[in-house]
Ligand binder design. Sequence first.
Ligand code: MG
Length: 250
Amino acid sequence: MNFTKAIQDYLTSNNLIRFTPRAALIDMDGTLYDSMPGHARAWQQMMAEIGVAIDYDEMFLHEGRTGAATIDLLMRRAFGRPASDEEMRDLYRRKTEIFAAMPPVSPMPGAAEMLNFFRMAEIKCVLVTGSGQSSLLNRLDTDFPGIFDRDMRVTSRDVVNGKPHPEPFIRAMEKAGTKSYESIVVENAPLGVEAGHRSGAFTIGVTTGPVPAEALREAGADVVFGSMTECAAELPLLVYGFITTMNNYN
Ligand code: MG
């Protein structure tokens, strides 16, 4: 892939002369873990338990919202009223419980290679997730050792406004000590891409589920990859403007 135009467009719209990424702000579900099918099924089951049928594919479009915001949206649609605080707490707890009881999800193929590249390139990694799902958050140190320092994680607990609001990525830039134009966002969901784009970071969209590439472009992605494996393989060219081989940084 040729990234010249994507980078030039980004530099032009941000009034910059040079592409200098120093931090990577990385989503978790559907980006680092192949967890979205499980989340979608857990949302479906939780809502079915209160008598509301929801579409499996639809849940991929809500990905990135906080649990509370998702519950509020679903309750407004089903019952024509906002969710109460108790519902937001109890229903999210139930959804979390259902997800945690499912078979463990796998790291997304290509995710470790991407993180290894960022480490080699001395680009600081910050986790940026709308999730408060401890069953996955607790696995990060095991699955991706030494990548995400404890103080380099933005979760649902750290923000007032979840994605598609840019706040989660702005918090991440504060943690990394980078400006927006020194930050790269890696996201698989339209709402996450929108949040990344609005934060001013160079935003990479990766299709890892039923959401088409076009939806990520429309949400503001500067480039879109068809898989995390492709993303990992193309990152050296994107960041440095030339190609190395995977063997050089494993
Ligand atoms: Mg995601």
